[in-house]
Design a protein around this ligand. Structure first.
Ligand code: ZN
Ligand code: ZN
Ligand code: FE
Length: 326
């Protein structure tokens, strides 16, 4: 079964993809011998830096079956239509994205922008979500470095909320919500973790995750497709600092979720939106994980057990220690 069901209580869609239960979840899937992104897998033969492949266990597909009919008029269903791809960032099975030189990170970002443009041009793709899960703590079973692309036939709820807030802010104040936050963070300085010629990294005043950071371009743009060549280089440099900085923080390879927040591709007007990248590492200290539990999961309100400002200071110090490794 592959379909999208409406939750009339929360007013949101749920993606049902029952075939995904057969995807590899055992630790064996993480060894190089059984890795689908390593030879002898035919798709990865030949020379390449970055490889884009269809996801073999897609949440959504371009030609989904007709949905099963719902058993109540309240329960809307629609086909599980979309596209899912994987972006393999290196041939090195045991590498970490943080190991790649800045030039190679730039290639990865250019591929993200290309896929955003190309997949977003399809009429049924309303939102191109590009993200990266790293680490067994996040639930990753396939350890070969890769990012994922999920193209939704609707705008997902968190994105909708960001769009609504920034649109209302623009209407009322005639300026961008994100630019306003960025200006303030740069003036205040206490939550800024890193900055280069075109990007600023900070731990949000309103962080949900202990060591959450966000990368904001200082130019008001809506997606990675709007980046100029020098900005791709600058973003690659920023990304390198974030990745090695996180690994430096506790002295081990830091797991995280990395998410690109870009404007929807439904041809709407989103001039009020501002492209950014969010990072959520799951640790709240060197040996304790933050588990979203009762309050977070059942009410949607996040709790933060330390001061964001001191964690920003820790991160800033770790980023500085990690230095400018290219
Ligand atoms: Zn591999
Ligand atoms: Zn802006
Ligand atoms: Fe965001």
């Amino acid at each position: 079964m592959q379909e999208i069901r409406w939750n009339p209580v929360l007013s949101e869609w749920v993606i049902i993809a029952s075939h995904r239960k057969s995807r590899p979840v055992d630790a064996g899937a993480s060894t190089q011998a059984s890795c689908p992104f390593c030879p002898p897998s035919p798709e990865v033969e030949g020379e390449w830096d970055v490889k884009v492949l269809p996801n073999k266990f897609p949440l959504l597909v371009p030609d989904p079956p007709l949905p099963e009919s719902s058993d109540h008029w309240l329960y809307k269903v629609r086909p599980g239509k979309g596209v899912c791809e994987v972006v393999i960032e290196t041939k090195e099975h045991d590498a970490d994205l943080a190991d790649l030189p800045v030039e190679r990170l730039k290639r990865v970002l250019e591929v993200f922008a290309d896929r955003y443009r190309e997949l977003g041009a399809r009429s049924y793709v309303k939102y191109v979500f590009i993200f990266r899960n790293k680490g067994k703590e996040i639930g990753v079973t396939l350890h070969h470095p890769h990012s994922q692309i999920v193209c939704f036939p609707f705008i997902p709820p968190l994105i909708k909320r960001e769009l609504r807030s920034s649109q209302q802010f623009m209407k009322k104040r005639r300026k961008c919500l994100f630019c306003t936050i960025l200006d303030h963070e740069r003036k205040a300085g206490q939550r800024v973790v890193f900055e280069n010629e075109s990007f600023t990294v900070f731990l949000p005043f309103y962080a949900r995750w202990p060591y959450e950071t966000q990368i904001f371009p200082r130019r008001h743009i809506q997606s990675a497709a709007d980046l100029k060549p020098n900005e791709f280089s600058s973003l690659a440099d920023t990304l390198k600092h974030v990745l090695v900085g996180y690994n430096e923080l506790f002295g081990f390879s830091m797991p995280y979720i990395m998410a690109l927040h870009q404007k929807p591709t439904d041809k709407g007007n989103y001039r009020h939106y501002h492209f950014h990248i969010e990072f959520y590492p799951p640790y709240r200290s060197r040996d304790i994980l933050k588990f979203p539990a009762g309050v977070e999961r059942a009410t949607g309100t996040f709790t933060y057990d330390y001061e964001p400002e001191s964690r920003a200071q820790e991160l800033r110090a770790a980023f500085a220690r990690a230095g400018h490794a290219k």
